[in-house]
Design a protein around this ligand. Sequence first.
Ligand SMILES: [Zn+2]
Length: 489
Amino acid sequence: MSVITPAASVLLTRGLGSREVYAILRGRQLKFFGGFWAFPGGKLTHLEGESSDPLQARRFAACRELFEETGVLVARKSDGSFPAITDALNDGRRQLLLDQLSFEEFLGQHGLAVHAADFALIGEITTPAFAPARYATTFFVAHQPAGQDADIWPGELEHGEWVDAATMLARWRDGAFVTPPSVMTMQFLGDQPIDEAPRLLGPMFQRLVDGAIHPIFFAPDVQMIPLKTVGLPPSTYTNAFLVGNGPRYLIDPGAHEPDEQQRLFDVLDAQPFDAVVLTHHHPDHVGAATVCADRYRVPIWTHARTAERLQGRMAIQRLLQDGDRLDIGKCPADGQPWYLEAVYTPGHAVGHLAFFEPHYGLLFAGDMVSTVTSIVIAPPDGNLVEYLASLQRLRALPARMLLPAHGNVSVQPTQVIDGALEHRAKREKQLLDALAEGPAAVDDLTARLYRGTPETLMRFARAQLVAGLLKLQHDGRARELDAQRWRVI
Ligand SMILES: [Zn+2]
């Protein structure tokens, strides 16, 4: 369903045996990993993507991206030497950035060629299916030619810097945002030379290609585990989270299918944890709760209203309330006591809990907001008045990162929540405008306001509309006349 874009990325080193790699800080405005530390790289151009030699095309793209982003040009002259960076080459870099020149033309103009041996292959990582923007990124190691110096120009990137793995990981533990593939790469490399990456990382990359769950860490000791679930498109994945380093909790294991549950077990077998914690009772959040509880002999915890909904399906051993603190060990940044706080947020579901981690400002939002779709509020379990109040509560938290159950994380939690609030305000205005034309039945209103919605989703659209009407009734702005016909007051 989602399109996978080919991309290339480079671990640039200062030569054989070097433990330093060139890290870049992506501009906050960028849609994909804005504000994150990463390695130079980007997507293939249309032409590169169509090449009959995909690997060579990726090397070519790696060379181009590296030059565009850092000014380092790993292409050789006909005598086999690397060029010194001249004004003419910098002019070319400018034109490349402005798309006024193709890299092929640029290389031709300067008598340069990309040599395969200069870009040692590590392997490929494809963004797991939880994110709508997915990249199949091929990673290479390259050495900065003698006489050249990496240099970031103002634009898409904020900053660049030579760092070793320990420095990069220490910053991450202190709270800097680092892309999960960069974290994974640095953790695996440790204090080994960067040019060992193909040998050290290759097998692990291959396991991911073969279907293993990616080790996705957006913060230390916080693993995101996207699992295929029974949600409606585009929410066909639910993010479970394994959080903590003392006591550790598994939040929302939603997988139903045995194969997908086995993928989850492959992660959990090596990482003991203390309880399954559920944000709410919907099937795509609880699908693997009992199998995990049984397999690992751990209890299931959730809010009392969620426990009611799950009665007869699973036993809940602890009822969580608003403000309850779950000990998750020692904060990786300062060694102080570390905890998650439960935030009771009814609205999408009557017993919904979000969880907030105050040191890094991590907001585990469950189904309160999503970065792929709008949230279904279906009465009577859903209540729009409560939902909006709950959103305002979450908005007031000092969150730095939003980790939703559906979609990628966002480092702009306030904007995402504001987007959800604006969406509801827009829907309410449409509903009031429609009612202003005279009393109308629910089905007619639904057909009018949700025109173009796929038939399979119409019952959700209808539920949303009823939720909107009930809110207007609560606010004293509309009332039900008779058999499902409504009018404004
Ligand atoms: Zn839900």
